[in-house]
Write a protein that binds this ligand. Structure first.
Ligand code: RRO
Length: 313
């Protein structure tokens, strides 16, 4: 049974990765979790300079999910190179560096700082952070800017270039098409949805920044619809993300059109979830006499005439 997946020359052991922002820089869990059972690790978003992020409170639980407003807290690319890369060189699953920035120049500088390190197998470009004033959604909701970022980064690396899209737009498929035509190798679908929660006794918002990004099982049906929409629009692979907690969830994403999936919020419940999900997918395929997990990708049987998405494409 073939579990592997190849993206622009990079082979992942299996189709389960852990999502940016939910697994640190990958090194913290070594010794606790068998990271080599994963297809890959996506690092917390890296910017040029270290960032403290937003003031507390910056996380609050919601029905079947959570809201976050971390605000891109990260150690900065230099410290990542000095302290994390040596440890990451010891693991065998693919390490994808996620990059976020507040200008096109900064995206380029962070990518160039990392490109020569062999352990960095590829890049996921975050144009979709909902919690920063500069960059983030102001880029991710503007197709011209997303196109420019993709074009500039494509010129600077031969490694797989994955653009992580926001669902906070009218038609995510238009953004997927735009980055595909600029040479992106894949898209990650989806980052968090803008949400808000209020304490009814104090009348205060539960997050310091008023709104935050909603993740967890609450967003899974939204994410699956976005994956399905993007799958109908582009040929490049999709990394599906949004509320995955089980191998059954993962298979639903594959059927909708994801070539691989990322486990996000559920890592906070069980950091071994990704490894368990990969094992569950393998067993399911063996039981179903499926010889390659790829056979499931896009295999949903959907009545297209009845789908509202078709009219957007
Ligand atoms: O750090 C964050 O606040 C954050 C980021 Br960079 C992101 O891409 N998505 C999110 O929900 N939070």
């Amino acid at each position: 049974m073939n579990e592997s997946f190849t993206l622009a020359g990079l082979t992942f052991r299996n189709r389960v990765l852990v999502a940016s922002g939910t697994f640190g820089y990958g090194d913290e869990v070594l010794g606790l979790v068998d990271v080599n059972a994963l297809g890959g690790i996506v690092t917390k978003s890296l910017s040029m300079k270290p960032r403290d992020g937003n003031p507390a409170p910056r996380i609050t639980e919601t029905a079947s999910g959570m809201l976050n407003s971390i605000g891109l807290a990260n150690i900065g690319v230099q410290k990542f190179i000095e302290e994390k890369i040596p440890k990451l060189s010891l693991i065998s699953c693919a390490v994808i560096a996620n990059i976020a920035a507040s200008s096109i120049e900064e995206y380029c500088a962070v990518l160039e700082a990392l490109d020569s390190f062999e352990v960095i197998a590829g890049f996921e470009i975050n144009v979709s952070c909902p919690n920063v004033k500069e960059g983030g959604l102001s880029f991710g909701t503007d197709k011209t800017k997303v196109v420019l970022i993709t074009k500039e980064l494509r010129r600077r690396t031969k490694k797989p270039l994955i653009i992580k899209l926001t669902p906070n737009v009218t038609h995510i498929s238009e953004f997927a098409r735009a980055v595909e035509s600029e040479g992106a190798d894949a898209v990650s679908v989806i980052n968090t949805l803008i949400g808000m929660a209020i304490d009814i006794r104090t009348h205060k918002t539960k997050l310091s920044t008023v709104t935050g990004g909603l993740s967890g099982p609450a967003i899974k049906p939204v994410a699956i619809a976005k994956v399905y929409e993007v799958y109908r629009a582009v040929k490049i692979p999709i990394l599906g993300i949004g509320g995955i907690t089980s191998w059954e969830d993962a298979i639903e994403f594959l059927l909708a059109g994801a070539s691989a999936i990322q486990v996000g919020t559920y890592n906070f419940v069980d950091p071994s979830a990704g490894a368990k999900i990969a094992a569950g997918i393998k067993l399911f395929c063996e039981q179903q006499s499926i010889s390659d997990v790829g056979e499931l990708v896009g295999a949903v049987q959907a009545e297209r005439k009845l789908s509202v998405i078709e009219s957007w494409l």
